[in-house]
Design a protein. Structure first.
Length: 211
């Protein structure tokens, strides 16, 4: 019964992908998928909100797309780590939104290390995405690919960036070999993430649960 209930819950979430609070960004995902026939572009979970979003989590989307159909931080351990950081800070889902460096996946073909061309191909989609979240003014880049795309984003000098006083942060990717290390190193990396998200919250006027 637990498996059936979980599947039903995921189905319910997927059926809500065009709820008003996420419709615009998920319609963008549809248009990106149409650009590359045979690809799949994961959606943003309906727990997020385009009007309230202040902070973007940008993921270096190595590996396979989640079977949920939504953008995730990586594997289950990665998602748990990020949820833990957000919970400790009091960063609620409506104030943060995920995005992938390279929005496209090919079904059955996990992404390896993203090429420079794939990273660059993610720039226009990222700019379109940012235009849909008018209150977002901070981006936390998880992993080297995300950090390279964040650097390219700043070089565009797009008007929306300086109007919002946009800032980017570099942190560790959350899953796989990127997060392999001793307990002390992992604690340090999580601490760096807390610092980044905490500073992003302060810049955007969101209260923190911890200091």
């Amino acid at each position: 019964m637990t498996a059936l209930a979980t599947e039903s819950f995921h189905d319910q979430l997927f059926d809500r992908r065009y709820d008003p609070n996420v419709a615009a960004v998920n319609q963008l995902c549809d248009s990106l998928q149409e650009q590359k026939p045979g690809s799949e572009v994961p959606y943003v979970d309906p727990g997020h909100n385009v009007e309230e979003c202040r902070v973007i989590s940008l993921f270096s989307n190595i590996g396979s797309a989640s079977p949920s159909g939504f953008i995730t931080a990586g594997d289950d351990d990665a998602a748990t780590r990020l949820l833990g950081v957000h919970w400790q800070l009091g960063l609620r889902p409506e104030y943060v939104m995920p995005w992938n460096v390279h929005p496209w996946f090919v079904p059955g073909q996990p992404n390896g290390k993203l090429s420079p061309q794939q990273v660059t191909a993610g720039l226009k989609p990222l700019l379109k995405f940012l235009a849909l979240v008018p209150r977002a003014s901070a981006l936390v880049a998880h992993g080297s690919e995300a950090q390279r795309l964040a650097a390219q984003l700043l070089k565009t000098e797009a008007p929306l960036l300086w109007r919002r006083g946009f800032k980017t942060y570099k942190v560790r990717a959350l899953s796989g070999r990127s997060f392999a290390g001793s307990a002390e190193r992992q604690a340090q990396w999580l601490g760096d993430m807390k610092d980044a998200y905490g500073d992003a919250m302060a810049r955007t006027g969101l209260p923190r649960r911890i200091k």
